[in-house]
Design a protein around this ligand. Structure first.
Ligand code: RIB
Length: 304
């Protein structure tokens, strides 16, 4: 089983010709609400990219929703993808998390989050999910839920001998004691620089990945958008160029990559083969609009 612990958001998406300047009013395109949240996106990607795989694993989500209409829709979206939601808690009198997203004509996005119920995911919710976590082979986390809860979950999962995957997004500084319990750290360039306490671009990708390994993470995979990924494994490092595609919306591209990587790893593929599967999935995802609406199914991938 794969357990994803993290955020569940309703994405409020507006397409714009370009990003507005401070104080400027722009006319955008059609407005859409699309299920998202880094945690939920990664859970859905794991589910879609596990189903039909030899040795594909079931997926469960641990998170919090509000008792509003968005919460009902977001829970139904996870259920529709076969994700176990028995430890997705609906909190009374609380709003579900939302993300306000602008997507420009080049496919780049800017995102502002109101955490809502995600901000109330507590160590007690993690302890309540212990029976689920105990059955997992891989536990996946991000940083859109409270830092003390993430730290607690990582310590618990590591203590149980689980493979811990951390996507340190949004960017934050983490104690070395937490990083030492991470088996696969998957930051983008900005998040990698933040973890190292340096300005983005200070180090090359290989140097960043090696410096993060030196902080204690067993394996580091730095995602580089259209340039692909740089991976530093415990037995060597390598660059994995991305496929050239016509990207129209990069929302959740990283989540799709991580879901594909984790699904493949859980099914027994090597880390390098898992990166390849994640990249193939993300290359399809960026040619479609939205977060969960863009994540492909395993049967859509051309696998070697
Ligand atoms: O990674 C993309 C996601 O970030 C969006 O779905 C949004 O909800 C934010 O969490």
């Amino acid at each position: 089983m794969i357990v994803v612990i993290g955020s569940i958001n309703m994405d409020l998406v507006l397409r714009v010709p370009r990003m507005p300047l401070p104080g400027e009013t722009l006319t955008g395109g059609a407005f859409q609400t699309i299920p998202g949240g880094k945690g939920a996106n990664q859970a859905v990607a794991c589910a879609r990219l596990s189903r039909g795989a030899v040795n594909g694993q079931p997926v469960a989500m641990v998170g919090c929703l509000g008792d509003d209409a968005f919460g009902q829709t977001l829970r139904a979206a996870l259920v529709a993808d076969g994700v176990d939601v028995s430890h997705v808690t609906t909190l009374p009198g609380v709003a579900s998390g939302i993300a306000s997203i602008l997507v420009d004509a080049s496919g780049q996005n800017s995102i502002v989050i109101a955490g809502g119920a995600n901000d109330l995911l507590s160590p007690a919710h993690i302890d309540a999910a212990l029976p689920l976590i105990a059955r997992a082979s891989i536990v996946v986390l991000q940083l859109e839920t409270p830092a003390d809860t993430v730290r607690h979950a990582i310590a618990l999962a590591h203590g149980l001998g689980k493979t811990v995957v951390l996507n340190p997004a949004p960017a934050a500084i983490l104690p070395a004691a937490v990083l030492a319990h991470v088996d696969y750290l998957i930051p983008n360039e900005i998040e990698a620089a933040m973890l190292l306490g340096r300005a983005p671009g200070t180090d090359g990708h290989a140097a960043s990945a090696a410096a993060l390994q030196a902080l204690g993470c067993r394996n580091v995979i730095v995602t580089l958008g259209a340039q692909g990924v740089h991976a530093a494994f415990d037995d060597g490092s390598d660059a994995f160029p991305a496929r050239a595609v016509n990207a129209i919306d990069t929302t959740a591209a990283g989540d799709t990559f991580i879901g594909g990587f984790v699904a493949a790893l859980a099914a027994g593929l090597s880390p390098a083969a898992a990166i390849d599967l994640g990249q193939r999935a993300a290359a399809i995802g960026v040619t479609r609009h939205g977060a969960q609406t863009s994540i492909p199914y395993l049967h859509e991938l051309e696998l070697p």
